[in-house]
Design a protein. Structure first.
Length: 343
């Protein structure tokens, strides 16, 4: 599907300029307008009719709440969210909770007081209480990334269990039997889901994942290095490691190489996310791809749909409410050079 960003690239302008030309709500030069219109014609772009109707309504601000924006994965996801909001005629405001449930709650409360159109959430942990706040205020919201088990709320999430399965299947298929995992904080549901998928798939191949083969990190580069130090100092003999994000995987590779352990000749490493940096290290990182653009677009579309339903006149008290379905996005394995068959 052709996006505003595609039009902007062809026309040599910013996405916001394309939006101004399409909406005809703000002035642009005649030359710029003609360039954008030519690009639209060349690419076959069709503006979303729902977006036009939303622009005519008040409250076109979407709030995004995330624990942080450290790392290329988070910044790329933010870029995807911003593009998707432009597509549907919304503006975006971003709040950083800094992994603090009180800050998270304050951000959401402030959004509500400012008549937010909807909120996209990546929550801190199991202790987060923002869902109750949003439900009490009757504000549309979508949970991404850190959805809780057996939770009945609108969400767009990665199949994190499947991500763990893919990593385990790849390493087991290469003949590895002594495999470790550098996990994120297990108070975060997605970390538990990834670890469960990894554990279960290894078990299906007759491979046990012992408690001492799992190191709990924090998604940072340093915890990847610390994880390797932990395994080495305990005398854990591994031939492969899966790190639950690319930063920890890269930290693990650097720590291994600093100790004279070759990747992948002596030990294979798999990451998670497929950030740009995964292709910039040596060896290039085999990883599990998380399609941030698909998740972002689905989340914004869901907010738009909820707004459309809320604004639609009801025919009677017995009219059934339209259901908003959850979306589960599939990960995929990206093969590069940091993994190899056991010798």
């Amino acid at each position: 599907m052709v996006t505003v960003a595609d039009i902007a690239k062809v026309a040599g302008v910013s996405p916001s300029t394309v939006s101004r030309v399409v909406s005809r709500k703000a002035p642009v030069s005649e030359e710029t307008r003609l360039r954008v219109e030519r690009a639209i014609k060349e690419t076959g772009y069709r503006p979303n009719l729902l977006a036009r109707s939303l622009r005519l309504k008040s409250g076109n601000l979407i709030g995004l709440v995330v624990p942080g924006l450290q790392g290329r994965g988070s910044s790329f996801f933010l870029s995807c969210i911003q593009e998707a909001t432009y597509e549907l005629g919304f503006n975006l405001i971003v709040g950083i909770s800094r992994n603090d449930v009180d800050i998270e709650a304050d951000l959401v409360d402030n959004y509500i007081r400012n008549h937010i159109a909807g909120v996209i959430l990546s929550r801190v942990s199991d202790k987060s209480r923002v869902i109750e706040i949003l439900e009490d205020a009757n504000v549309p919201f979508v949970v991404i990334d850190r959805a809780f088990e057996h939770e009945s709320v609108p969400k767009v999430v990665l199949n994190n269990y499947r991500a763990g399965e893919l990593a385990a299947r790849h390493l087991a298929g290469l003949g590895h039997v002594k495999i470790g995992c550098i996990s994120g904080d297990l108070s975060i549901p997605l970390c538990r889901e990834r670890l469960n998928g990894f554990h279960d798939e290894l078990a299906r191949h007759g491979i046990a994942l012992a408690d001492e083969d799992v190191f709990i990190g924090d998604f940072g580069y340093d915890s990847g290095r610390t994880g390797v130090q932990h395994f080495v100092e305990r005398g854990t003999s591994l031939s492969a490691i899966w790190a639950q994000n690319d930063f920890m995987a890269i930290g693990a590779i650097w720590e291994l190489q600093s100790r004279g352990i070759r990747v992948p000749e002596d030990l294979s490493v798999v990451g998670m996310d497929d950030m740009d940096v995964a292709r910039m290290i040596h060896p290039e990182l085999t990883t599990i791809k998380q399609p941030f653009d698909d998740i972002a677009r689905a989340a914004v579309n869901k907010i738009a749909k909820m707004r459309e339903i809320a604004d639609r006149p009801r025919l009677g008290d017995d009219e059934e409410a339209e259901e908003i379905h959850d979306e589960v996005i599939s990960p995929s394995l990206i093969l590069r050079r940091s993994t190899a068959a056991t010798s």
